[in-house]
Design a protein around this ligand. Structure first.
Ligand SMILES: Cc1cc2nc3c(=O)[nH]c(=O)nc-3n(C[C@H](O)[C@H](O)[C@H](O)COP(=O)(O)OP(=O)(O)OC[C@H]3O[C@@H](n4cnc5c(N)ncnc54)[C@H](O)[C@@H]3O)c2cc1C
Length: 326
């Protein structure tokens, strides 16, 4: 019987073959059984857009949600199974008084995918708290550990994202501080806090801001930001500023380039209320494409194409998708 694949766009997709695993041993056994390729490791499908109704390969899904800890003088190392829901992990950190993950509250998906995607929000990326990642290497048929500096972390990117699905994440090891420190300089986070910052206060503020501007995946299908914010040179910014003096821009991670707000660019192209079938641009955030009910992958991709072409024509910039089409 075909297995339905969970995906936050709410598309009806099933898998030709579906494997739940909780250890390297499970994977080794499953992959030896001439499991049909391609192999697709997934978490909760919150960054995936399935282009067909059946995925003709094998979906690999981690069910390991175990947590182990070891303490240093002012930090804790937490070894977490790739199948733990990300926000359950953040909630646990906040309850235990471990600092570093709170700005990443309420991001959908699992811990394993967070290390693949280098998820980010409110000025923090997962890379800043990841110490190492344990994987199963499907090419060499062995387990392997990547320390953080080997993971090639960048904006929504890592070595695991560009490896042809070679590495399947088994465990992620985080290093969190036991001493209070907060990162509140991003957007309206600080002003959304009531009183002195606390872990629970920051988590509550992040959750409130996110609920106000992002669709609830339980109610409206989406994959969060559909496009990445473009990173451009200072020269390109100057060229754009001559026509659009109010264009929002932020320093990029390399300290040289400039990050632009894709939502603003899309808005300026007049795409905010755009629809193709049941696929629509979310009215509160133009970066997000939503499924208003019965959208197909073709509707969503047609809308995305229209937006990409509009931004290209107007600003000379090519938007890249953050969502992965499979
Ligand atoms: C409403 C909404 C809001 C969002 N907000 C944010 C946000 O603020 N910041 C942000 O960064 N993202 C955000 N996202 C995107 C999404 O939550 C993240 O990309 C998340 O990490 C995806 O997790 P997942 O478990 O659903 O992964 P999936 O979508 O299932 O997979 C994502 C990628 O990871 C790979 N993968 C998954 N598990 C494994 C594994 N065990 N081993 C190897 N590869 C694996 C998949 O092959 C795929 O390439 C949002 C999404 C939604 C729907």
């Amino acid at each position: 019987m075909a297995t339905f694949i969970q995906n936050s766009f709410g598309l009806k997709v099933s898998a030709g073959h579906y494997v739940d695993y909780s250890s390297a041993e499970d994977l080794r056994k499953a992959l030896r059984d001439s499991t049909p390729k391609p192999w697709l490791p997934i978490g909760r499908g919150s960054n995936l857009l399935f282009s067909g109704e059946v995925f003709q390969g094998t979906v690999l899904h981690c069910t390991d949600d175990t947590v182990e800890t070891s303490f240093g003088s002012n930090y804790v190392r937490v070894r977490v199974g790739a199948g733990l829901r990300w926000d359950a992990f953040v909630e646990m950190c906040v309850e235990k008084g471990w600092y570093g993950a709170e700005n990443l509250s309420l991001i959908p998906g699992d811990v394993g995918a967070a290390a693949v995607q280098n998820i980010g929000a409110y000025g923090i990326e997962a890379a800043s708290i990841i110490s190492s990642v344990e994987v199963y290497d499907t090419f060499e048929d062995c387990e392997r550990v990547f320390f953080a500096d080997e993971c090639e972390y960048a904006y929504r990117s890592s070595i695991f994202k560009h490896c042809d699905k070679r590495y399947i994440v088994l465990k992620v090891i985080f290093k969190l501080s036991l001493e209070p420190h907060f990162s509140l300089n991003y957007g309206n986070l600080e002003s959304a806090l009531t009183g002195e910052p606390s872990l629970q206060g920051v988590r509550n503020a992040v959750i409130a801001i996110r609920r106000a501007k992002l669709p609830d995946p339980e109610q409206i299908g989406s994959a969060g930001s559909f496009f990445m914010n473009p990173v451009v040179s200072a020269e390109k910014l100057a060229e754009l500023q001559s026509s659009y003096p109010d264009i929002p821009h932020y320093p990029a991670a390399d300290g040289i380039s400039v990050k632009l707000a894709a939502g603003w660019l899309i808005d300026r192209c007049g795409c905010k209320s755009m629809r193709k079938g049941d696929a629509a641009v979310y009215e509160k955030q133009a970066l997000v494409l939503v499924n208003q009910g019965n959208a197909t992958a073709s509707d969503i991709l047609a809308l995305a194409d229209f937006i990409i072409n509009s931004v290209k024509d107007r600003f000379g910039l090519t938007l890249r998708m953050e969502v992965e089409v499979v």
